[in-house]
Design a binder for this molecule. Structure first.
Ligand code: MIC
Ligand code: SF4
Length: 644
């Protein structure tokens, strides 16, 4: 039997385990990336491991999230990351150089290599045939130290693309269609491989839009073949030597197959507040729009912004709309400046932002009250924009630009003659904003500079014999890490200050939660299905840990968050009978007797609801290795134990 594309890369990087669906496999990691919002913590963890120099082929530290700098905190954290990078063998992409995923695709990604990043949109690298996955900061730290990255062997899904997109229909519409069909939990435990004749009609940036937003399916990752199109992209980036051909075997077996006829797709939008609430622009109708934001790691490539510039050229943004545009990288920005497209954007009235995540993570550009905001981003979770009652829709750059001009939802297919933009045969290459690490012989002299915002991360104790605590919060389905640990301009600067962050934990759901935790000293959270979807931020585990949360009992978990809970030493438990969820109320006291023994042995675990007087069963969806990690009180303790 032949192999799929992903299976081939897994096979060539397999350090432990069997490639059978659901069993834990350990992978050798060739490349890592971090961004600043998760990076500070990841490098503190890397330092705690005591490895002098990274053991990967390439590790890059990007600064792209926390670039508002409204106080000393961000600048201090950037300086910390810059000095850590210099000392320990990591390349440092300076603020202004662009969004990690866009820059990594342009300058560092290599087909057939493995990449993990402390950011859930790391699968963007699948656009050039990498096996690229989002992970918690601690897992990235371990990989930088030469350790394996563990996942459970995913199922393989093939999405067959046929036909060709009609003019004005975009790669964003393809991934919105996939989200519409599969939903935000449809990809959990799966790798999505794109194939079929339609693949040949998509450029690398278009493929990267699709693999990027595959994160919203909950998928382990998404991947495209590495073909002639990949080769010309790498050639245009001056990196043809990095190209290898990578195709699935003709007799590869897939667990699921989906067909999408590209020529049947229409411009679409994901409606508030979920990336899978997809409708066509025509179905939504000509509703009023208050704000349009173009950018983010999903849609900020040269191709995207050239199309936007062509639509805006010679026109004026509607007087009731605020349009902001953030180019994805310095390369894109510089090329637009050189060829005049930037002038067209400025002349039309666009507010040009620096090359960074910006509004996507609530760093500025929060919409007006109840404002309708059309964004080319990948997430529209409630409150993420910084305005609690904003209505955020996710759309293609073409739909965004067309709507910015009219002030209402506008289907770009009504714009008339298509704009035909080709990828350049040579991108502008200038890596002067990437600082290389110090040579080995000089690394000891590099001093690491720490600001007062950097606080030690929470320490943990080995798990107790009996886990007994009150249900301090009960939440519903699809709780995101933005609910658990919000981001945005007011909080994001404190990512290296867990005690301060704890004041905002679950703030979107229940402002009293942190206080309740402090009063009770320990607690359990009860959740619905797909608990912890979205970001890779390990703060969504470290902060609850700091607040005394011992276990989360949910109907199901998102992959990265589940691993982050285990790494932090918090028990992720799933109900064996989901209907029990309805019988538990906030403040019910739950107890697991013999918890250590039950975790060590595996299998069903009995929980007593002491308040209501009944018992029910749960299961820890953990590998043997993760059971040992939880028993040790988290991955750092476990690693220390292993090294003793
Ligand atoms: C996001 O898009 O939610 C983020 C901000 O990029 C996160 C990382 C973070 O929370 O720092 C992600 O996607 O992992
Ligand atoms: Fe940055 Fe937004 Fe991409 Fe996250 S999704 S990496 S915040 S641009």
């Amino acid at each position: 039997m032949g192999y799929t594309l992903a299976q081939k890369i897994i096979k060539s990087h397999l350090l432990s385990g069997e490639m059978t669906v659901g069993s834990e496999i350990g992978l050798r990691i060739d490349q890592t990336l971090t961004q600043d919002a998760t990076g500070t913590m990841a490098y503190l963890e890397f330092e705690a491991m005591g490895v002098p120099r990274v053991k990967t082929e390439r590790s890059v530290a990007y600064i792209d999230h926390n670039t508002l700098q409204t106080g000393f905190e961000n600048a201090d954290d950037h300086r910390f990351i810059q000095t850590v990078a210099k000392k320990h063998g990591i390349y440092y992409s300076r603020p202004g150089n662009g969004i990690c995923h866009q820059v990594h695709l342009e300058r560092f990604g290599i087909p057939g290599k493995t990449l993990i990043g402390s950011d859930s949109h790391t699968p963007t690298g699948g656009g050039i045939g990498m096996l690229a996955m989002g992970a918690g900061g601690l897992d990235v730290a371990v990989a930088m130290g030469g350790g394996a990255y563990y996942i459970s062997m995913p199922k393989m899904v093939r999405i067959n693309l046929t036909g060709k997109l009609r003019p004005w229909v975009s790669a964003k519409d393809i991934i919105l269609e996939v989200l519409r069909r599969m939903t935000v939990k449809g990809g959990v435990g799966k790798i999505i491989e794109y194939g079929g004749e339609g693949v040949k009609t998509l450029s690398v940036p278009e493929r990267a839009t699709i693999t990027n937003m595959g994160a919203e399916l909950g998928a382990t990752t998404s991947i495209f073949p590495s073909d002639e199109i990949t080769r010309s992209f790498l050639q245009a980036q001056g990196r043809e030597q990095d190209w290898v051909e990578l195709l699935p075997d003709a007799d590869a077996q897939y667990d699921e197959i989906l067909e999408i006829d590209l020529s049947s797709l229409k411009p679409m939008a994901a409606c508030p507040h979920s990336p899978d609430a997809v409708k066509t622009i025509q179905e939504i109708g000509p509703q009023k729009v208050d704000q349009v934001c173009i950018g983010s790691c999903t849609n900020s490539s040269y191709l995207d912004l050239m199309r936007v510039a062509a639509i805006l050229k010679g026109k004026t943004v509607c007087e009731t709309v605020s349009l902001s545009i953030a180019p994805g990288s310095k390369q894109v920005y510089n090329m637009l400046a050189q060829n005049g497209a930037l002038a067209d954007l400025i002349a039309a009235g666009a507010r040009i932002l620096e090359c960074a995540c910006g509004p996507c993570i609530g760093m500025g550009q929060s919409p007006n009250s109840k404002g309708v905001s059309l964004r080319t981003f990948n997430r529209n979770f409630e409150g993420r924009s910084g305005t609690a009652d904003a209505q955020v829709y996710l759309v293609s750059p073409e739909t965004a630009a067309a709507s910015a001009l009219t002030g209402v939802f506008t289907d770009p297919t009504t714009l008339g003659d298509p704009v035909d933009i080709e990828l350049p045969s040579h991108f502008l290459i200038n890596d002067n904003m990437v600082v290389p690490p110090a040579p080995v012989e000089e690394m000891d002299q590099v001093e690491i500079l720490r600001g007062p915002n950097i606080k030690p991360f929470p320490t943990t104790e080995p798990m107790e014999d009996v886990v007994s605590a009150k249900t301090l919060l009960k939440v519903g389905d699809n709780i995101t890490t933005d609910h658990i640990m919000p981001a945005g301009a007011k909080i994001l600067p404190y990512r290296s200050n867990i005690p301060y962050l704890s004041n905002f934990c679950f703030g979107v759901c229940d402002k009293e939660f942190p206080e309740r935790c402090r009063k009770e000293g320990k607690g359990i959270v009860v959740g619905g299905s797909n608990y912890g979807q979205g970001s890779s931020r390990e703060h969504a585990a470290l902060v609850p840990l700091y607040l005394g949360i011992k276990a989360v009992i949910a109907k199901s978990f998102a992959r990265i968050h589940c691993a982050n809970l285990a790494n932090a030493g918090i028990l992720p438990l799933v109900f064996l009978d989901e209907s029990v969820y309805d019988r538990i109320d906030q403040m019910d006291e739950l107890e697991i007797a013999n918890a250590r023994e039950a975790i060590a042995n595996g299998g069903p675990i009995t929980v007593e609801n002491k308040t209501k007087g009944f018992t029910f069963q749960v299961e820890a969806i953990l590998s043997q290795r993760q059971r040992d990690i939880v028993l040790a009180g988290g991955l750092l303790n476990y690693t220390r134990e292993q090294n003793q």
